[in-house]
Design a protein around this ligand. Structure first.
Ligand code: ASP
Length: 333
């Protein structure tokens, strides 16, 4: 720990640190301040934080997993499995909007409290990509499997082929085909990727993120959601973060990793989410044209949420309530 602190202190002053803004300010104020003191109430009772209103039933499912003895990893997996199984959700699971060629392709990742991670990308015909990601993590020497390889691995692990095709998604795609305009911009009303962070009764953190990605994307496109450090990052010493929105902007800025690193350097979860949104602003002249939202939890059970535009919501199950909240945002349009 001493060595790590020394490194952190050194890195902040030598430029290896994560840069300007809140990180440098906090470091100047606090020295190396890793805030890990647990809030005993939350620490002992668990917490689930997830993106959008669709997080409410996912949080419930995660909570049930905890009540039946599951740890943070089980909570994260079971939570997002609930969303994946809801075929009326148009941006997660097999009900999700297809790519521009009409195929629904799924991306998911999962990360546990020991730093292990698994991910699947460009996976078709499997109902629970987050569970396949968990198997990649637990049963292979790898972190990521994609496409046909991920599909074959899923079958070999006993996941059934599922040929479900959503009529609603296909209808929307056929409508889109009339203009076929490739617009890699996610409208703020048009996404529901679920990123979920769970803290169990031991105070351990895990997370999962799963999506069908951007509607009518190019075939083979992968967003931030299955990328460790992009759509999800968990560091059980510090905290965890997840994102929803235009994946390309999150990937370019290593968004969830950036949020967690900001917390490592002493930022609160709220400050850390704001830092990551500021970074997107700094690196994208067109940042007003798309939405990104971040959620974060630290080891004290404090949470943060911040987005570019208003409209980003999150679901929080904490101390007996499971409610939707509106995130603060950079823009106030
Ligand atoms: N982040 C997802 C992606 O870029 C989309 C979303 O959150 O709606 O694939």
């Amino acid at each position: 720990m001493t060595n790590r602190r020394k490194f952190l202190k050194a890195s902040a002053f030598t430029g290896i640190g994560l840069g300007a803004g809140v990180l440098t300010r906090l470091f100047a104020q606090n020295g190396s301040a890793v805030r890990t003191a647990p809030n005993s109430e939350v620490f002992k009772s668990g917490l689930v934080l997830s993106t959008w209103d669709a997080g409410i039933p996912a949080n419930e499912a995660a909570w049930k997993a905890m009540e039946s003895g599951g740890n943070a990893l089980d909570m994260a997996e079971k939570g997002v499995n609930d969303t994946e199984a809801n075929f009326s959700n148009l941006t997660v699971g097999l009900g999700g909007f297809p790519d521009r060629d009409g195929h629904t392709t799924l991306d998911a990742c999962i990360m546990d409290s020991t730093g292990n991670a698994g991910s699947v990308m460009f996976l078709e015909h499997i109902k629970h990509p987050a569970s396949v990601a968990r198997r990649v993590m637990e049963k292979t020497p790898h972190v990521i499997l994609v496409g046909e390889g991920a599909y074959q691995f899923a079958l070999s692990e006993g996941f059934p082929h599922d040929s479900y095709v959503s009529e609603e998604s296909q209808k929307a795609w056929k409508e889109w085909l009339k203009t076929s305009q490739y617009k890699p911009i996610i409208n703020i009303e048009n996404h529901d990727t679920i990123g979920l962070i769970a803290m169990d009764t031991q105070g351990d953190l895990a997370g999962a993120c799963t999506t069908s990605g951007m509607a009518f994307k190019m075939r083979g496109r992968v967003g931030d959601s299955p990328i460790i450090g992009g759509g999800l990052y968990v560091d059980n010493e510090v905290g965890a973060a997840t994102s929803s929105g235009l994946g390309e902007a999150v990937i370019r800025t290593c968004g969830s990793f950036l949020v967690v690193e900001a917390m490592r350097h002493g930022a609160s979860p709220q400050e850390a989410c704001e830092e990551a949104i500021q970074r997107i602003k700094m690196k994208h002249t067109n940042y007003k044209d798309f939405q990104v939202g971040y959620l974060a939890v630290n080891k004290a059970g404090e949470i943060g949420a911040y987005a570019i535009h208003p409209g980003f919501t999150y679901s929080l199950h904490k101390l007996g309530t499971n409610k939707v909240y509106k995130s603060a945002s950079l823009l106030d349009n």
